[in-house]
Design a protein around this ligand. Structure first.
Ligand code: 13P
Ligand code: SF4
Length: 375
């Protein structure tokens, strides 16, 4: 497995030479201003005029280096607005990012997201150099399960298909039958022709999927440290404080939160639904940067912002993206034998027909019993 793999906090990645070459001075010149003024127009509600002269030279330098090195930046919806709107080339949810990595003709992919996303990019684009700006950008779900856990589950439940959420390490993906994301989890589970499916490792996603299908679901006790904190009482408090507000959430949240909300889906589905909702006031009950990014595209909605920060996503900054590109660090590698088996699981998911609109979780559906696997 990749030696830089850090799904738990640890090293930020080590510069491979003696000392990391210092960043050259990056002044806010007239040239930088002229090249970036149109970008500031987009993000001016989220970045103050005092901050911009420090950010603009980094943005300009990153965009120049991308052209020189034939590099692309894949930016997840949870990136801060300066990254998402000013240097990101391909933006979206985990499913979209996996598809984009598979189809990219860049030589270098910089993953502005967490480590499992960079690893998925490397699995799907093995000939490209895939960089993660900070190797500590992990995920509580990816850290909750190992390949050995999946082997033990398979031995304990012979013949039951195993689906793993894309928020897992390459080794875990290599041990499963097919991957899923929050965009297609119900579709994947129903595609397997089995009345029982093991869906790992997110207990809450599994409960949300179980409510939407007649397939019997078994799961694991993993959770997203960001979404598990939301409660149905939070939703009620929002409705009381802002009558008529539209509440949109993610299926990594507890079922009671999804049932209390107006809509739940992947980050792409949330953004898509907000755009089409005609809402005057809405809340994206998810990671904090998501509202900023959607608000820039849909200024007619007033977004109320109770949200939780993902500490892993927030490790990615303009500064470390700049260093990643100039020093071509930190390269994500996956052992070829594991990568080949993980690729088969991701590819099986990508081969399913793409839905016309992003899948959503119907809040009106009732809870079903979901067993936690014991091994
Ligand atoms: P999406 O696939 O919905 O973008 O989710 C990824 C993630 O990490 C959400 O917490
Ligand atoms: Fe992982 Fe949750 Fe952060 Fe997404 S928001 S990367 S699931 S910890």
């Amino acid at each position: 497995m990749d030696t830089l793999y850090q799904s738990q906090p640890g090293s930020r990645g080590t510069y491979k030479g003696d000392t990391m070459p210092a960043r050259p001075p990056l002044p806010y010149t007239d040239e930088v201003k002229a090249a970036t003024d149109h970008l500031y127009e987009k993000v001016k509600d989220f970045i103050s005029p005092l901050e911009w002269p420090a950010k603009a030279p980094l943005i300009h330098a990153i965009n120049q280096m991308k052209r020189e090195k034939n590099a692309v930046i894949l930016a997840h919806n949870y990136m801060t607005a300066d990254i998402f709107h000013c240097v990101g080339d391909l933006m979206g949810d985990s499913l979209a990012l996996a598809r984009m990595a598979a189809n990219s003709d860049a030589d270098i992919i910089v993953q502005a997201g967490v480590h499992f996303m960079a690893e998925t990019a490397k699995i799907m684009a093995p000939d490209k150099k895939v960089l993660i700006p900070d190797t500590r950008a992990g995920c509580s779900l990816a850290a909750s399960i190992t390949g050995e856990d999946v082997r033990r589950i398979r031995a304990a439940y012979p013949g039951v298909p195993i689906v793993t959420y894309v928020n897992t390490s390459a080794e875990v993906k290599a041990e499963c039958d097919i991957c899923c994301t929050s965009s297609n989890a119900v579709q994947v589970v129903e595609s397997l022709g089995s009345d029982t499916v093991i869906l790992l490792p997110d207990e809450y996603l599994a409960k949300n999927v179980a409510a939407q299908t007649d397939i019997r679901i078994l799961t694991w006790k993993g959770s997203c440290e960001v979404h598990e904190k939301f409660t149905a009482a939070d939703v009620q408090d929002l409705r009381d404080a802002h009558p008529g507000i539209v509440i949109i959430t993610h299926p990594e949240s507890p079922l009671e939160v999804v049932q209390a909300a107006d809509f739940a889906g992947s980050t792409a589905a949330m953004a898509d639904w907000a755009r089409k909702s005609g809402a005057k006031q809405a809340v994206l009950l998810t990671e904090c940067s998501m509202s900023d990014n959607v608000a820039i595209d849909v200024p007619e909605i007033e977004f109320i912002r109770p949200c939780n920060l993902c500490p892993h996503m927030k490790r990615i900054t303009l500064e470390n993206i700049y260093d990643a590109l100039r020093l071509e660090q930190f390269e994500v590698t996956v052992e070829p034998e594991i990568a080949a088996r993980a690729r088969a699981s991701v590819q099986a998911m990508l081969d399913l027909p793409a839905p016309k609109t992003p899948a959503f979780f119907d809040p009106a559906k009732q809870e079903k019993f979901v067993e936690i696997v014991s091994v």
